[in-house]
Design a protein around this ligand. Structure first.
Ligand SMILES: [Zn+2]
Ligand SMILES: [Zn+2]
Length: 218
């Protein structure tokens, strides 16, 4: 139980974002306002499984320095966002308007992709750090020429379209582009983010993690 605060999806509490009173915010994102959350900032945090108050424990983690990448991201969003759906533009802009914070990209969990570095191999990557890298690896599984799309030669134009629910926009408009821009290898970034609105169920948002909706077992 002591460690569960680090299994952030298992921690819930009041949203710490100003203007949002959502009480069931998750340890990584609030379903009320859609913004990202730092688990340690949740108000009245509780374990989703047993209801107990998690204890804080210190540990070393890796962060992506989003503030350092902010000027690059600003410039990139200005150029790229005209091709995005309106809600994606609004979400991305509201994000950078508040200023970016360093974002923790590792977790003390058993399940996940292990960090490939001595001294840290018992940690795994945060899902939204490793999941978008899957866009590259799935292309690589399809063709050995995948870099023609992901690091195109000069003069080759690649258009990358991504379709998602709007709660995934921050990861595709801020986090993943920052990873690619920060790598500085000329990676293709998304040109068209197509975000859909939520589908509601009994006046709440459908959510698999929160058990709101109709599932295959019912
Ligand atoms: Zn919120
Ligand atoms: Zn518990």
């Amino acid at each position: 139980k002591v460690r569960q605060i680090f299994g952030r999806p298992f921690v819930e509490g009041g949203c710490p974002n100003i203007g949002c009173n959502y009480q069931d915010a998750r340890g990584d994102q609030c379903d009320g306002c859609g913004k990202l959350v730092n688990a340690v900032e949740l108000k009245n945090p509780r374990c989703k499984i047993c209801g107990q108050t998690p204890k804080l424990k210190t540990s070393n983690q890796f962060f992506i320095d989003l503030p350092k990448l902010e000027p690059l991201l600003h410039h990139w969003i200005k150029i790229s966002s005209p091709g995005w759906s309106n809600n994606a533009q609004v979400i991305a802009r509201s994000w950078i308007k508040e200023g970016l914070k360093p974002r923790c990209i590792t977790r003390d969990l058993k399940w996940g992709v292990p960090v490939p570095l001595d001294g840290f191999r018992d940690k795994v990557f945060y899902v939204w750090f490793d999941a978008p890298i899957g866009y590259l690896s799935i292309s690589k599984a399809y063709t050995k020429d995948f870099l023609k799309w992901w690091i195109p030669e000069r003069g080759t134009e690649v258009a990358l379209y991504q379709f998602m629910a709007k709660d995934n926009v921050p990861f595709h408009s801020v986090l993943f582009p920052c990873m690619l821009l920060g790598a500085n290898r000329g990676y293709t970034t998304v040109s068209h983010i197509m975000a859909t609105e939520y589908l509601n169920y009994e006046s709440g948002k459908f959510s698999k993690s929160r058990g709101v909706g109709v599932f295959g077992t019912e």
